[in-house]
Design a protein around this ligand. Structure first.
Ligand code: ADP
Length: 292
């Protein structure tokens, strides 16, 4: 199977007709085991690392990868596996949790703008400003903490946020920051299994919080919020990928291939040597060869 065939079916460039129910969380494209998928993933990771070296050397484009999903959807483990072996100098992961007092004193994009990747770099957001359309929408008391003047909190607030985010991502693209967004689509049933595993395994206890389980009561509201978010913020230049997340090994394959496709589209290359640089190299070689 060719590279692009893994990621393309899950890529949404125009959200207009998007329906979450058309995307199965347990899709695996006929791969029936982790072992078979691993070889393909290893090849993908090697290719990804080559492309990342070029991205760094060329120092022109930046890549921003956004991961969203319900608790236990596999955001952190996907990032860990797909980015394994990536040059740590040019790759930074940020986790966005409950906003601090300082962050609540600013506009909602402020904390993300501080962490945008520099040219040549890959920036990874585990959760992001999209929480403003998800958890804040599902739990309206969070909106109250944002210190907005009541005149700004109208029934149009979500539409306005969709619009502002689309405009922000267009601005990023126009500045050479390429945005790709991943919704890790886990089923409610699989989430339950993963929570139970966290309770059973002492090494996973640190990941567990009762609030995560309580959010299962709002599952339908969250799915509605995700669906609308994908519908309203998927664009050709900043698409969402609706990644099947019930099988972690398949999630990793899709994410790896999506990143590879994106970097390949940039047609990256190592900087060419100009005449001055070539002369410098000649002199350096002569100096080295003269050494006793
Ligand atoms: P994670 O679940 O991502 O591994 P945490 O257990 O630290 O990490 O959870 C982070 C929490 O912060 C999540 O419940 C998330 O919904 C919440 N959060 C993130 N961004 C916001 C935001 N802008 N407003 C309110 N809550 C947020």
């Amino acid at each position: 199977m060719k590279t692009e065939e893994f990621a393309k079916p899950f890529k949404i460039t125009d959200g207009g007709k998007f329906r979450l129910k058309d995307f199965a969380p347990d899709e695996t494209f006929g791969f029936d085991s982790k072992e078979k998928a691993q070889e393909t993933l290893d090849r993908g990771i090697a290719r990804l690392n080559e492309l990342h070296e070029k991205l760094l050397a060329q120092d022109r484009w930046a890549l921003l990868l956004i991961f969203q999903g319900m608790d236990a959807a596999g955001k952190d483990s996907t990032i860990k596996h797909v980015m394994s072996g990536t040059n740590p100098e040019g790759c930074h992961v940020y986790h966005f949790g409950v906003p601090s007092d300082e962050e609540l004193n600013h506009d909602f994009l402020w904390r993300a703008t501080q962490r945008l990747p520099a040219r040549g770099n890959i920036g990874i957001f585990s959760r992001s400003y999209y929480e403003e359309l998800l958890v804040v929408r599902v739990h309206p008391h969070l909106l109250k903490q944002e210190k907005l003047d009541p005149s700004l909190v109208t029934p149009k607030i979500w539409e306005e946020r969709f619009e502002d985010i689309v405009a922000f991502e267009r601005y990023l693209r126009r500045n050479g920051i390429v945005v790709r967004k991943f919704f890790l689509n886990v089923s409610k049933k699989e989430q339950k299994q993963r929570f139970l595993a966290r309770l059973d395994e002492p090494e996973k206890h640190w990941k567990f919080s009762l609030n995560d389980v309580k959010d299962r009561e709002c599952w339908t509201d969250f799915m509605y919020a995700y669906e609308e978010m994908i519908r309203k913020t998927s664009t050709a230049s900043a698409p969402w990928y609706v990644v099947p997340a019930d099988h972690k090994w398949f999630t990793r394959l899709v994410v790896a291939e999506a990143i590879i496709d994106t970097l390949e589209e940039l047609d990256l290359s190592y900087p060419k040597l100009d005449a001055k640089k070539r002369e410098e190299f000649k002199n350096a070689r002569a100096l080295l060869e003269r050494e006793k």
